[in-house]
Write a protein that binds this ligand. Sequence first.
Ligand code: AMP
Length: 277
Amino acid sequence: MDLIVAGNRDDLAKARGTGTVALVPTMGALHDGHRSLIRAARARADQVVVSIFVNPLQFAPNEDFSRYPRTFDADLEVCRAEGADVVFAPSAVDMYRPDRQVSVCSGEMGTIVEGASRPGHFDGVLTVVLKLFNLVHPDLAIFGQKDAQQLAVIRRMVADLDLPIEIVGAPTVREPDGLALSSRNRYLSAGERTVALALSRALRAGAAELTPSAIRATARAVLDAAGPELDLDYLALVDPATFKEVGDSYAGSAVLAVAARVGTTRLIDNVVLSLRP
Ligand code: AMP
């Protein structure tokens, strides 16, 4: 069946099938990371819906909303090639009533680590994700581990608000040299791209250590060695369920997360580690 492109909520409602539905929320400018999410959706459900919406609510006024890459025709080709059934691409006017008042609050988890650097970001993310859930009615939704804190706050919303939706996390897709794929990578010059490799290099070096203090110190040293062109925002070793920093006695799964600016481009990356007592 050919891909259905629904530009508003009425067309989306008409495209609804009868079997299980998997939703892949995106902001477009699709790359191989998004492709892997669509494939994971295809393997799990009868109908795959990809949403493409650059959500103004999750950008602060000083961020890159207006220059965020928009490549809609190429995105449709990606969705078609990966076997998606429906692309839901609403306009901001269709998504948000001009007199809207109610939104989702991400709680303390939305104010730390990435949330400390981007106040209001996770409230904006959760608000649009909840709206997408209500419009698409998916049985499951797939999110990338690349945005680890986003995945964590979405899992928390689903638990705290009793949403009947299975959340599936998908591994981060990387370039052969380690750079995590991101729609924002296209902003990088060749020189900046080389500097940006320090993020994944630092995560790999940290992951080879055994204790939280050694993990942090080793990763930090690699980031420092990248020089002044890499403007570190944070390096955090956190509990994946709460995003609170872990102490040296912590055992279990942990996320080593980094955010840095290279030139005018803000990049994030993370790895999941298993810490032994
Ligand atoms: P975005 O379009 O950047 O909002 O991302 C849409 C979805 O794709 C989110 O669930 C992201 O976590 C996921 N994603 C982005 N980059 C990658 C990547 N390199 N590997 C896997 N998933 C990704």
